[in-house]
Design a protein around this ligand. Structure first.
Ligand SMILES: [Fe+2]
Length: 302
């Protein structure tokens, strides 16, 4: 993943490889500014910073002086058949230029239809026609921002009968055609697997981990569907569950120490609780980094 820092950057170079981070919430600002090096990075939703100035930008500028910032888009509607909203894309691009994020990402989803904007990230049928739209839109975004975009796997609640690809096959095609990278949300995999009754381990075995530049972890809510079966909602309003931590451990063991974000967007807890989640992810990364170092050492000694 290319880093935005170069010789002309206004910011110090902060590597994010092997680091964990947290969602940036403005209720945490005082706590965050009270001590240095709280986490490896902060991630923000682009749509929260699309005004030209004011307190959100003042706070983010201050955070950016001390931390890498990752920019995560929620509303680009990359999967919609209609053209991307040019004004939205221009605002997204100016955020990339202003904050030089270490990583820029968006969702494999759609949230607009004609001129209606939905609050949810809606799933896509994995057809050849959708693939064409998604790839055109990713090409357009990458050309606008002049760098690689990471695309996030969705959390889903249903499958479309007309799909030509399974999800991992569809994602592989997108990577091959656009050269984009991937953001693997491990909680989304667990939510989708539970809701649709497939194996999260099989999905991960088939996922092109070699293209993953960032990982998301988050909490979800459990409900029951009309038949009394468990239905998981990707709510980002609680701690990461044990099953997702186990899957995460497996992914890091296989793929290496990929920068990892703990997302928390609803029922925001006090900062120490979110920081503890990011610290737990850091402990997994550090353990695997140490094991990897030993492996390298053994290989060198043989
Ligand atoms: Fe996510």
């Amino acid at each position: 993943m290319p880093h935005a820092n170069n010789g002309n950057s206004r910011f110090s170079a902060f590597p994010v490889s092997g680091r964990s981070g947290a969602s940036l919430k403005h209720t945490h600002l005082n706590a965050i500014f009270s001590e240095r090096d709280q986490v490896g990075f902060f991630e923000v939703h682009a749509e929260n910073y699309m005004g030209a100035g004011g307190p959100p930008h003042a706070a983010l500028s201050r955070v950016r002086r001390d931390y890498p910032v990752l920019l995560h888009g929620v509303c680009m509607s990359i999967g919609a058949p209609q053209p991307l909203d040019e004004a939205h894309l221009a605002r997204f691009r100016s955020l990339v230029e202003r904050y030089e994020p270490a990583i820029v990402s968006e969702h494999l989803a759609w949230s607009t239809h004609d001129d209606v904007f939905y609050n949810d990230l809606l799933p896509l049928p994995y057809t050849n026609e959708t693939l064409r739209h998604v790839c055109e839109h990713i090409d357009q975004v990458q050309a606008a921002i002049g760098r690689r975009l990471l695309l996030e796997n969705p959390s889903t609640y249903l499958v479309f009968a007309e799909s030509d690809y399974d999800e991992t096959g569809f994602i592989r095609e997108i990577v091959d055609r656009t050269g984009c990278g991937l953001l693997l949300d491990v909680n989304n995999v667990f939510v989708s697997a539970t809701n649709q009754g497939f194996s999260a381990l099989d999905y991960l075995a088939d996922f092109p981990l070699e293209h993953v530049g960032e990982i998301h972890l988050a909490g979800h809510r459990q409900q029951s569907d009309d038949e009394g079966e468990p239905l998981l909602i990707d709510s980002h309003d609680g701690p990461v569950c044990d099953a997702v931590w186990k899957l995460y451990d497996i992914v890091i063991g296989r793929a290496g120490t990929i920068p990892t974000l703990v997302e928390w967007d609803g029922d925001i807890p006090d900062w120490p609780i979110l920081k503890a989640e990011a610290d737990a992810a850091q402990a997994v990364l550090d353990r695997h980094a140490a094991t990897g170092a030993r492996k390298i050492h053994h290989a060198a000694a043989e």
